[in-house]
Design a protein around this ligand. Structure first.
Ligand SMILES: O=C(O)C(=O)C[C@H](O)C(=O)CO
Ligand SMILES: [Zn+2]
Length: 276
C-alpha cells in the first residue's frame, strides 16, 4: 500500500508540476491480477483498484492499517468500471455489471474479487474510510442510484450525477460515493466550483480515449493549479481545495468523499470572480 501524507495549502501553492502530481495524482490504479491501494492521511481514505484478470483476488489488510482484516475498522464502496464480475463478501456473491456499485459494511472479513470472463475482466475501483458502526452490505446498480441532472449545453457542462452511497440510498458511516457522466459535447465538471471544508474528495476520471486529457483544477480558489489527468487516473482533493475539470472531450468520473459529514449539498460555492 502506498502511503501519502496530508497537505497544507500554504505549502501546496509553492509546489511545481512534479510535486503536485506526486502528492495528488494516482496514475497506475489498475495493474492486472493485483490490488493497488493508496492510503491518504487526508481523512484516512484508501483509494484502490483491482483487476482480477486470470484469478480471483482477495482484499488483504496489509501491515499499514494494523488490522486483522481490511474491514475490521473500515467500510468500503466499490464500482465496477470493467466487464462483468463478482465481489464475494463472507461467502455471499454480488454480481456487478459495468457501472454497478456495492457498499460493504464494517466487519465483513473476507472480500474476494473475480471476473466473469477473463477476456473482458472486471475492473473494480474502490474507496474505503474508517467506520464506527456495521451497516448492511448493499448492491447499488446504476438504476438504484439517486439521479441528479445538472448543467446545460450552452455552458458545456450537461451531466448526470448518480449517487450510489448517499444517505437517501443506503446507510454508511462517512463514505459518500457516486459517478458523474457528462453528455457528449459537454466537457466541464463542477464549474462553478466549490469546496467543502468538512469533507475531502477523490475523483477517478474514466471513459476517455488514450489521447484525451482532463485539465483538473485544484487549490484554494485564489491560488488554482492544474493537473493533467488521463483515463482511469485519480486525483486526491484536500477539503480546502476546489476540484473541477475540463476535458478535451466528454468523460465520466467517480467521486468519493469522507470526513465530518455526509451532506452532499454542504458545499461552499465559489463565485467566479474569486477564482485566480
Ligand atoms: O459534476 C459535478 O458537479 C459533480 O459530480 C460534483 C461532485 O459530485 C462533488 O464535487 C461533490 O462534492
Ligand atoms: Zn465536491
Amino acid at each position: 500500500m502506498e502511503v501519502r501524507y496530508a497537505a497544507n495549502p500554504k505549502d501546496v501553492k509553492l509546489y511545481d508540476t512534479r510535486r503536485l502530481r506526486d502528492e495528488f495524482l494516482i496514475e497506475d490504479l489498475f495493474p492486472s491480477d493485483a490490488v493497488k491501494m493508496v492510503y491518504s492521511h487526508i481523512d484516512r481514505i484508501i483509494v484502490g483498484g483491482v483487476v482480477p484478470a486470470t484469478k480471483p483476488i482477495a482484499l488483504e489488510a496489509g501491515s499499514e492499517i494494523r488490522a486483522e482484516y481490511f474491514l475490521e475498522r473500515r467500510e468500503l464502496g466499490v464500482i465496477n468500471i470493467g466487464g462483468k464480475g463478482t465481489v464475494t463478501v463472507d461467502g455471499t456473491a454480488y454480481e456487478l455489471d459495468n457501472r454497478d456499485g456495492l457498499y460493504v459494511g464494517m466487519g465483513a472479513k473476507e472480500i474476494i474479487f473475480a471476473s466473469a470472463d477473463a477476456k473482458s475482466p472486471a475492473k473494480f475501483y474502490f474507496n474505503s474510510a474508517p467506520a464506527h458502526a456495521a451497516y448492511p452490505t448493499v448492491k447499488v446498480g446504476l438504476a438504484k442510484a439517486r439521479r441528479v441532472e445538472l448543467g446545460s449545453q450552452a455552458e458545456a457542462n450537461k451531466r448526470t450525477i448518480y449517487q450510489y452511497i448517499h444517505p437517501e440510498v443506503l446507510q454508511s458511516c462517512q463514505l459518500v460515493m457516486g459517478m458523474t457522466v457528462l453528455e457528449q459535447g459537454s466537457v466541464w465538471n463542477t464549474m462553478p466550483s466549490h469546496t467543502h471544508d468538512r469533507r475531502m474528495e477523490v475523483y477517478l476520471y474514466l471513459n476517455m480515449p488514450e489521447d484525451a486529457v482532463v485539465f483538473h483544477f485544484m487549490g484554494e480558489p485564489g491560488e488554482t493549479r492544474h493537473i493533467v489527468v488521463r483515463n482511469e487516473q485519480a486525483v486526491i482533493s484536500p477539503s480546502w481545495s476546489i476540484h473541477s475539470g475540463v476535458g478535451t472531450r466528454s468523460y465520466a468520473f467517480i467521486w468519493g468523499m469522507c470526513g465530518e459529514n455526509q451532506t452532499f449539498t454542504d458545499m461552499d460555492h465559489i463565485p467566479m470572480a474569486e477564482l485566480k
